[in-house]
Design a protein around this ligand. Structure first.
Ligand code: IMP
Length: 192
């Protein structure tokens, strides 16, 4: 069975392919010739993930899953949320996004935050949703040099270190993304 993972990143495809049952051949967007940007115009992570899976299903005819992740900060009413990648502007990089977040939270003692990943799977004409989250807090300044995105300013609850101080395998064990993909994996294992 061929299944598309709505990403252009071959490393992500390889990593997830290893988790899936043997009967599934995972394809990337590049593998199916999809190079145009897929709209992400919804206001929720689930909505955006569903939009991407639906786009691939309708235009390319493949079963597909798509993920969307956001950092949700309690004191900011859940921002940056779906806008995490472009919080400081359409071309913002991780440093600019972190700088903006720290500025928005200057003097704010409520540092509670969570990362959340939503996955939408379009399979045989039906949608299935999976989710993973990790709670923690926003640090006062960046720490560590591993990972990506907001990792240097996010400390998972009880860990005493930022995500950027975690080796990747340790991060995957507790992360939003790790949990969401393991939920997808166990669902697919029951289906194939
Ligand atoms: P995406 O949906 O996986 O592309 O994630 C959207 C944005 O959320 C990324 O551009 C990052 O800014 C942020 N993000 C997602 N996952 C992580 C993570 O594991 N650590 C830090 N930032 C993340």
């Amino acid at each position: 069975m061929k299944l598309v993972f709505a990403t252009h990143n071959p490393n992500k495809v390889l990593e997830i392919q290893k988790m899936l049952p043997g009967g599934i051949e995972l394809l990337s967007l590049d593998d199916i010739g999809c190079s145009e940007p897929i709209p992400e115009t919804e206001t929720t992570l689930e909505g955006n993930a569903r939009l991407k899976a639906k786009y691939v299903r309708e235009r390319y005819g493949y079963d597909c899953f798509a993920d969307d992740t956001g950092l949700e900060v309690a004191a900011l009413g859940g921002a940056p949320g779906v806008f995490s990648a472009r919080y400081a502007g359409p071309r913002a990089d991780a440093v600019a996004n972190m700088r903006k977040l720290l500025a928005e939270m200057a003097g704010c003692d409520d540092r509670r935050a969570r990362f959340r990943t939503a996955i939408a799977l379009s399979l045989d004409g039906e949608y299935h949703f999976f989710e993973g989250e990790v709670t923690g807090e926003i640090l006062w300044e960046p720490k560590g040099d591993q990972g990506f995105g907001y990792d240097p300013i996010f400390m998972p609850a009880g860990s005493g270190r930022s995500f950027a101080e975690f080796p990747l395998a340790d991060k995957n064990r507790i992360s939003h993304r790790g949990k969401a993909f393991r939920a997808l994996e166990s669902f697919l294992k029951g289906r194939v």
